[in-house]
Write a protein that binds this ligand. Structure first.
Ligand SMILES: [Cu+2]
Length: 265
């Protein structure tokens, strides 16, 4: 009786998972960056793992039902079956190649940002995000973790290149259709820069600079989340991203005070 019940539960589990996936209720928010290729990878992974999930659970349900405990029936035991093992290894290897192979090309694109990208620095700390834009010289000034004692972003205020930098603590303004390189730093623990609509995502690691790139393709306001459990107020570590036309972006940036104007020497 228990065997029949378990088989029914397994079949219901499969039906429920397929219906829920097909309904689209758990699907990604609308893409707002160039990373359609990442969506394709997610779809490939979902198809491969989805087929494995459905097939394996239905086989399991069938076996639980077919070979359930009954009077007068004894379990047989065999130690190994080379043909079965070889076939399972082949099918599993094929599934892994299909899932990971195309991802190598996407990853190559991900680590080769375009030359004309705008570089913006994002600093994560418990529990907020700060953003630094290069000023009119297009270059970010020097920073050093030792300088966190002097100012919030650890910027070297004696560096001439740093004078026209702009530091804001949110929201993050971005120009539409321009490639953006985000250079990530962390002041304390691991954080992770994540805007679901952009797909691209990267950890911020104390003691090193990590980076990611994307091109915003839709104007609007999006949530910036920290996707790394980073302490008791992790859930509050969020900010906004405003994607606007290049003209609006320039106007906004020009109106912000520079480091030379805000941080005392
Ligand atoms: Cu965090």
């Amino acid at each position: 009786m228990q065997g029949i019940l378990l088989a029914i539960v397994l079949v219901l589990l499969v039906i429920g998972a397929v219906v829920l996936t097909m309904s689209g209720a758990l699907w990604l928010p609308t893409l707002a960056s160039n990373w359609g290729a990442i969506d394709n990878m997610l779809v490939i992974t979902l198809i491969v793992t989805g087929i494995a999930f459905v097939v394996l659970n239905l086989i399991l349900a069938y076996i639980v039902f077919r070979y359930r405990a009954r009077d007068g029936q004894k379990a047989a035991f065999f130690a190994e079956n080379h043909r079965l093992e070889r076939n399972l290894i082949l099918v599993t290897a094929l599934g892994i190649i299909v899932m990971l192979g195309p991802g190598l090309f996407v990853y190559s694109e991900f680590i080769h940002p375009p030359q004309n990208a705008l570089v913006i620095e994002v600093l994560g700390q418990q529990w907020r995000w700060s953003f630094r834009y290069p000023g009119t010289d297009g270059k970010l000034g020097r920073t050093d973790p030792k300088l966190f004692a002097q100012n919030a972003v650890g910027i070297d205020i004696t560096d001439p290149v740093a004078q026209d930098d702009v530091v804001v603590h949110g929201p993050l303004h971005l120009p539409l259709n321009r490639p953006i390189i985000i250079k990530l730093r962390s002041k304390d623990v691991l954080h992770s820069f994540y805007v679901p609509e952009f797909r691209a995502k990267m950890d911020a690691v104390p003691g090193m600079v990590t980076r990611l790139w994307f091109t915003p393709t839709k104007t609007g306001t999006f949530d910036l989340l920290c996707a790394e459990l980073c302490g008791t107020a992790h859930f509050q570590m969020r900010s906004k991203v405003i994607v606007e036309s290049p003209e609006e972006f320039e106007r906004w940036l020009q109106a912000q005070p520079t480091v030379a104007q805000t941080i005392k020497k």
